[in-house]
Design a protein around this ligand. Sequence first.
Ligand SMILES: [Zn+2]
Length: 421
Amino acid sequence: MKIKFLGGCNEVGRSAILVDDKIMMDYGLRPSTPPETPEGNGRVHPESVVVSHAHLDHSGMVPSLMSMGRDGTPDVYMTAVTSDLAQLLSRDTIKIGKDQGFFLFGPEDLRKMNEHTHTLGYGERVALDGYELELFNAGHIPGSASAYLRKESEDISLFYTGDIKMDATRLMECPSPEDFPAADILLIESTYYGREHRDRQELEREFIDSITETLNSGHNAIVPCFAVGRTQEVVMILHSYGLTPYVDGMGLGVFRTLKNHPSFVRNAKALNDAFGNAQFVNSKHRKKVFSEPSVIVTTAGMLNGGPVLYYLKKIHEDPKSKVLLTGYQIEGTNGERLMDEGCVEIDGEIVKVNMQVEQYDFSAHAGDSELKGIVSKFYENGTGIIFTVHGDDTEGFATWAREEYGCDAISPKVGEEFIIE
Ligand SMILES: [Zn+2]
């Protein structure tokens, strides 16, 4: 089996792993202007594409593969909710491209992707011309999957975690390592290697206390969130503490998509109740949000565009209002700049933000001990080779696995390929 890494190595973004020059596992982009694409983009011709989940760093460039197949359009395999969300997010990428002057793919590619998509449920096996594929719940966002792939002719198998979380959240039911199959090769994400998450309840309490204090003093709280997963999780948290947020941006479209796939969330009723209590805003009614002390849940999670910039522009000078970041801020994004330098770029202008800035780790990724638990489980079941991907310290994680288990653990570089027999 040949495994070639085309992105997402020692970085978070543009995940792309090519197996035997035939099967692409994820094909993502890294958000920037213009977005960064996987290595060799435009020159790869997979026969099949397996998409772990809808986040753009995993699915964002899949449509671009639709018009470049040597022998026609590749087949795409993912869960039904990932398919719907990938369509929604890709339409947005086309729109942003028009505004910012880049072109990655067009509406025709989205149509083809839809036509060539085979949706799979967790635990359903499918034959892929000499391979067997099965998806497992990855607990990261609705529809997220880890992929098990076995090459029949060599009787060799791999397990790709995708982005994974082993602890349940309000939105997601999580897997247990016992659910996973034995595999010869493990490809594991490393986002939180070396870092543990804080106790979730404690974190929620602090988050709510901080927002309540802001509202009681008559000011506003802006909560930037990713559209997929985080917006829904945060709206559920706010609802459970009796707070009614305004919700603006694509997180609402994502919620409407999830309503069609209730089995992919932990408690569809709780999600519906939370959104039933929220107030939706669109571009015509944004002003009303500041007519009272309010909490606004809005995209983009890393402040790279979206309605959040409108709200920041309006109240950036108010030192008693707050920005509560809800996740990891990738290097080079507005969110990172806000934390490091106290300013953001809006419409090409650098704006100093006097608001209070706080960060809460509502991560949908496995923490350090969960990641190590996964490695340990696979090792016990006979895994001999581990590749650590998708993180800032993939090398550290690989070193840990080598020292702990004496197995072959590799932190691959972009462009590297490995032949495993
Ligand atoms: Zn993700």
